[in-house]
Write a protein that binds this ligand. Sequence first.
Ligand SMILES: [Zn+2]
Length: 475
Amino acid sequence: MQQCCALFLSLLLWLPTVQSIELPDIGDTSESVLSLAEENRLGAAFMRNLRGALSIAYDPEIESYITSLGERLTTNSNSQQRFTFFVVNDTSINAFAGPGGHIGINTGLIMTSETESELASVMAHEIAHVTQRHLARAFESASQSSVPTAAAIIAAIILASQDSQLGSAAIATALASSTQQRINFTRQNEKEADRLGMSLLASSNFDPQGMPSFFERLYRNSRGSESQSLEFLRTHPLTLSRVSDTRNRAAQYPAAKHYDQTNYQLIKTKLQVLSSSDSGQNIAHFRQQLEKASAQQQDIARYGYALSLAKAGKYEQAMTQIKMLIKQEPERVNYQITAANIAFSAGDLTHAATICEENLKIFPHHHALSSLYGMVLIKQGDAAKASALLHEHLRRHPSNPQLYKLLAQAEHLNNHLPASHEALAEHYYLMGLTHVGIEQLGIALDHTKPSDTSTTARITYRRSQMEKEVEEEKK
Ligand SMILES: [Zn+2]
């Protein structure tokens, strides 16, 4: 078991190769692997497993940020693959790529990075693994099992990286019902991902030096620190030659132009506030920052101060601070979202609705604004409008479990009980709780009039699909 864990772990970014293990050569798989459609199906199942087991950041502002950062890189990748980026609430320094272009980034990694280019360098490295189909061999061998089993195996691989105990238990379960999977993540693949990642970084107007500077810091940290979060770096150290390779390569690119990193700094600040439970200390910290910050850093400190005040329930003071930021820079959507959030929390629904409406005109379909507006409309009792908005928004974000939860609330308020339980069913399904989804569809059927044959048929069909997946999983 230990050996296969090590193999699985080698999938991780920071684990170059498990050299002591010789793998059988199963030939060049990149041609014969899963079709994109199959991989996407596997990817969706993988995500459901992950959502059930990991703490994923569903804050729409964080989701919006990481998605736009990822998209800035993928537009330059020439890949057919669709990508999904998400943040995992985990302090260990890690990032990973799963099937179907799903790329997860731990909060620990974001917080350890010091520039947006550093963060982007890791994401570019992961994107390169996906575009080069380095994971293909893993998917292919896993895909010889049923989709749910394969997805569980791959999710277990990731879990092992997040929490070694949880991971080995999950792997044991997953492997008990399948053949041992063989994954060969070679040093050559790592090199290739570094090289292509670097080129992606440069062509997306990030600083190519971000990769060597981040690698170097992690390398240095891995030497001295006793921190638990660096466990994996210590057992599978980033080599000096890898650091210097990226350093040499970065030197071949022209120096990056200066660009605005404010959104990156705002998101880091938000993560910092969200992760701390002591709001008094937070307020004091950011007030002090605000006093001593350079002109450039003033806005970031003020934003942190506003968030900390809001978290402590001091809405009026928080609003004063955020309004100062909006006055300076009204087009900064993060400030607008924060203002709407503060108004919402303070119970000033009219104000919150106005901010959302006004800004959705400027940023149509913005994920964070739309999600918040949906919540506001529900609180205002405007169920029909909330439901229409959420349906529309779900077309753009069909795998977002939180949107289904909101839709369920809107439909419940609207007294559309079958629709409410159907939406809840999708929420639980996406959260990896298919059996709860099936129960919810049963309740939806109970609320459906027998004369409504089309609704009955739709729910019955969806339930049979979920039941089939549960059956497959047992195999
Ligand atoms: Zn890698």
